[in-house]
Design a binder for this molecule. Structure first.
Ligand SMILES: [Zn+2]
Length: 312
């Protein structure tokens, strides 16, 4: 189904006229011809050609919003990879790994930002850092943020600092500082290179950066490694819980690395309408349902027949 949809979309993007030409070229295929084709089970719900293709545009959901997830009904896990849901009029699938990664990431971020998973590690051997003048100025400008994350630095020669700084600007000299402590995030120590990268980011964002890039990478990787993988079997209850938690994330439609967690597949209402139309057309010409699936009423005679045939 997915490939049908993507094929359809790409075809429409490439050449909108092709759609019409195709429609015309299948005009000898009157609905009656189509009924013969319907005998082939593989063609059921094929929206890339045939009858359902005519309704192709309306079958593909345009968007899926966060609101859709709120009243989502969770179906059984598919292929140990996906969790299908019906959300409003849309059938969508959730990537179980991407969804769990998103849930874990937001939980990890919250723990770091609240300070719960953030600590200081004092270095056994203090570390000398040579900064260009620009780096030294950034270190002073954003001193609070840097200290707050856990990089504790000492400037050299406190007494003649201002004199030296002026001199250094003139000479464009490099400055030396001493790194005394580094941040420890979930027990992982960051280092001087991570500090320089954070300084660069602060400079690029005028100080509005909320999290050092090294911390973002650490959390992304931790969320990914801890998340449910493809191939993991999930009970229906686990699927429901996963969808429930996904609803409460702030960026529920993307994983830690920006890939989608949820893909809308088909607009069920439009599909039902098309199938009903197809059924109505079929009724006049044949007793068989177009899909070969017919709901029979409870029937005593049939039960007797079945019992008899089982006996013989
Ligand atoms: Zn991942």
């Amino acid at each position: 189904m997915l490939s049908c949809i993507s094929e359809l979309i790409s075809r429409e993007v490439q050449d909108p006229i092709d759609h019409r030409t195709k429609w015309r070229s299948c005009s000898p295929q009157t609905p009656n011809d189509k009924l013969i084709d319907i005998g082939n089970q593989n063609n059921i719900l094929d929206i890339s050609s045939g009858f359902l293709h005519l309704a192709g545009n309306s079958l593909i959901p345009e968007t899926i919003g966060k609101k859709c997830l709120e009243d989502a009904k969770v179906l059984h896990q598919v292929d140990k990879k996906f969790i299908p849901i019906t959300a409003g009029r849309t059938l969508a699938v959730i990537d179980q790994h991407a969804a769990d990664e998103r849930i874990r990431l937001e939980d990890l971020r919250q723990k770091v930002l609240s300070g719960e998973a953030k600590a200081l590690t004092y270095l056994d051997a203090e570390q000398e850092l040579v900064l260009p003048e620009m780096g030294y100025q950034l270190l002073n400008s954003y001193g609070e943020q840097i200290k707050d994350w856990g990089w504790i630095c000492k400037s050299h020669t406190q007494n003649s600092e201002s004199f030296r700084r002026n001199l250094d600007i003139l000479n464009r000299q490099q400055m030396t500082i001493t790194l005394v402590a580094v941040p420890s995030i979930f027990g992982v120590n960051l280092n001087d290179v991570d500090l320089l990268e954070f300084l660069q980011q602060l400079a690029d964002t005028d100080g509005s950066s909320t999290m050092p890039p090294s911390v973002v990478r650490l959390l992304n990787s931790k969320a990914c490694r801890g998340a449910i993988m493809f191939g993991d079997s999930l009970l229906p209850l686990e699927c429901s819980l996963l969808v429930e938690e996904l609803k409460h994330t702030s960026l529920c439609f993307q994983c830690a690395h920006g890939r989608p967690t949820t893909v809308p597949l088909v607009n069920l209402e439009a599909l039902h309408n098309q199938i009903t139309k197809l059924g109505l057309m079929n009724e006049g010409s044949s007793n068989n349902k177009w899909h070969g699936l017919q709901r029979h009423k409870v029937c005593l005679e049939r039960a007797v027949l079945r019992l008899n045939s089982a006996k013989s």
